[in-house]
Design a binder for this molecule. Structure first.
Ligand code: NAD
Length: 251
């Protein structure tokens, strides 16, 4: 790992358009399970597809139960050394854009400004009405749930849903286009903690690689891009990123 983190640090120091792209694996060290690892969310729950959510109250109740269950880990989670190391790369002036598939808001909490973060799959700390599109905070939705509402409804009568992208739901156009455009202009592109199985998010590294970026993957398990990347580091995000940042900091 030592030699590889040194090469990555060197590339970061020379970069002009560094992008870090994160998935659920950056947040497991904050106590939030990922989807696909053993013990991950899909071991416990079946996903609720967007059309099911819109069509059936039973599906909406199931979806909200999953969200309430996630709150147990989300409410006590804090950015970990991995998030903090990426924030440090921003403070040092190297990180230009952070693209995340995560919905937990921990990158913003770690100190990266909102405008430097592209959330491809939304953010579960806010809730949106599917009819009038109004946003409310998670806390307001929590009050409704605590009052016994199993699938809260907006004052306009529309279904309220955590503001995240479910399977089968359209991607946010602006965020997806911006992420694709910036990825294809990056010169160093670092993936952290993602299986790179969910499209179109997983196409971003491909755009970067095709445009000639130096492509790094830091992940505990295999990805379909392991043979394509320039450096593959099979390690824990927090430890690896900490080591990279300490090398970026050293002369
Ligand atoms: P995923 O569950 O498919 O993959 C996570 C990957 O991270 C796995 O390959 C795993 O081996 C790796 N990993 C786990 N802990 C790690 C660690 N400490 N260091 C390095 N690697 C680690 O997640 P994904 O690729 O992000 O999948 C997509 C979906 O998961 C996204 O849509 C995202 O919205 C959603 N999701 C987000 C959160 C969150 O916001 N924290 C949590 C669960 C799922």
């Amino acid at each position: 790992m030592d030699k590889k983190t040194g090469i990555v640090a060197d590339k970061i120091k020379k970069s002009k358009q560094l992008i870090v792209f994160t998935g659920a694996g950056i947040s497991t060290e904050s106590g939030i399970p990922d989807y696909r690892s053993q013990g991950g969310i899909w071991d416990k729950f079946q996903p609720v597809y967007f059309d099911e959510f819109m069509a059936s109250e039973k599906a909406r109740i199931k979806y909200w139960q999953q969200r309430v269950d996630m709150e147990k880990s989300l409410s006590v989670s804090k950015p970990n050394i991995g998030h903090e190391s990426i924030a440090r790369l921003y403070e040092l002036g190297f990180l230009k854009t952070l693209i995340t598939q995560n919905i937990d808001g921990l990158h913003e909490e770690s100190g990266i400004p909102k405008e430097k973060i592209i959330e491809l799959h939304g953010n579960t700390r806010r809730v949106r009405c599917m009819t009038c599109k109004k946003l409310i905070s998670w806390d307001k939705a929590q009050v409704m749930i605590d009052a016994g509402d199993q699938a809260p409804i907006c004052s306009c009568g529309g279904f309220l849903k955590p503001d995240t992208i479910s399977f089968g739901q359209a991607m946010p156009v602006e965020e997806t286009q911006k992420a694709a455009m910036l990825s294809s202009k990056s010169d160093v592109f670092i993936v952290v903690g993602s299986t790179l199985l969910v499209q179109p998010a997983s196409l971003m590294p491909e755009y970067a690689k095709n445009a000639g970026a130096f492509f790094v993957i830091i992940n505990l398990s295999e990805t379909p891009y392991d043979n394509v990347c320039d450096i593959l580091i099979r390690g824990k995000a927090g430890e690896v990123l900490k080591e990279i940042v300490s090398k970026v900091n050293s002369a």
